[in-house]
Design a protein around this ligand. Structure first.
Ligand code: NAP
Length: 270
């Protein structure tokens, strides 16, 4: 459908749901969609933070719904309330995420489980609520926030990295299943972003953390321009290509990069 005049992005009046919209990247995504005239459903666990986030979107049409995305039943209830308030959901941004930084030896089984339940199953639960309706209407877009850690195993973040690899595999498979239906699904892979994720930015200086609104701009571009996959910053795509095409070179480089952390870990077991 051609966008109405003055609606260059074709997003005015669309019903969008953003999970993890109370702060960080998700809030910036919600803000951008609201500025473009979309009606926005905001989902997260903390009701007070959601109210504050929606309140700061001023004149926008919004609806907040509390859910832990790890719970299929909470997601079902939250999405039903958004559907009732705003109408059928046309765009879903699976952004809610849980970070975990620790060596494998220091990571509890419960941390592995929780990270998979939030990052991977959270994406599955939310997608399950919108996919049937999108297919029946023959249009819709889902954007999944993965990570460069979903393309390259991130040392000292194995639980997180594995959960994002799961998101990537799920999304790639779904994209093929949906081809030709009018419903599409996109991946966005940020490197470090300046938010409070996982207790604050990593101590590493490079790559420099991006402002969250740059990630939000990529999410908008994914929907508007039907971009299937974006890396932020863009050169991270080359890092992934090196891992695939020249594995020995990649292994040497990543071991060098984590030399200090590896040494500290090995020293503990001497
Ligand atoms: P953030 O600032 O910590 O915000 C996370 C958002 O998700 C909050 O709104 C939080 O609200 C919500 N959330 C967390 N756990 C949830 C759960 N179980 N159920 C529902 N909502 C939940 O994180 P961010 O940096 O914006 O990250 C957003 C996404 O980008 C994540 O998927 C993350 O993996 C990905 N990403 C981040 C970075 C980075 O460096 N920041 C890099 C690559 C990818 P409540 O706590 O109230 O639920």
């Amino acid at each position: 459908m051609a966008p109405a005049e003055g609606d260059r992005d074709g997003l005015a009046g669309k019903v969008v749901v953003v999970t993890g919209a109370s702060r960080g990247i998700g809030f910036e995504v919600a803000r951008r969609f609201a500025e473009l005239g979309a009606s926005v459903g905001l989902v997260a666990r903390d009701h007070t933070a959601l109210e504050a986030a929606a309140g700061s979107l001023h004149d926008a049409t919004t609806h907040i719904a509390v859910a832990d995305v790890a719970s299929a039943s909470q997601v079902r209830t939250a999405f039903a309330s958004i559907d009732d308030a705003l109408g059928p959901i046309e765009i879903l941004v699976n952004n809610a995420g849980h970070g975990h930084r620790a060596a494998v030896i220091d990571t509890d089984i419960e941390d592995f489980r929780r990270t998979i339940e939030v990052n991977y199953l959270g994406t599955v639960h939310a997608t399950a609520q919108v996919l049937g309706g999108m297919l029946r209407r023959g249009e819709g877009h889902i954007v999944n926030l993965a990570s460069i850690a979903g393309r390259i195993g991130a040392p000292f973040e194995a639980a997180y990295s594995a959960s994002k690899f799961a998101v990537v595999g799920y999304t790639e498979a779904l994209a093929v299943e949906l081809a030709g239906t009018g419903v599409s699904v996109s991946l966005v892979h940020p490197g470090p972003v300046a938010t409070d994720f996982a207790g604050g930015p990593s101590a590493r200086k490079r790559p420099k953390p991006l402002p969250p609104d740059e990630v939000a701009a990529a999410v908008i571009a994914a929907v508007r321009d039907e971009r299937d996959e974006q890396y932020l910053p863009r050169w991270l795509r080359a890092a992934h290509a090196v891992r695939v095409l020249v594995p020995p070179w990649y292994r040497r480089a990543i071991r060098r990069r984590f030399a200090a952390e590896r040494q500290a870990l090995h020293d503990r077991f001497e």
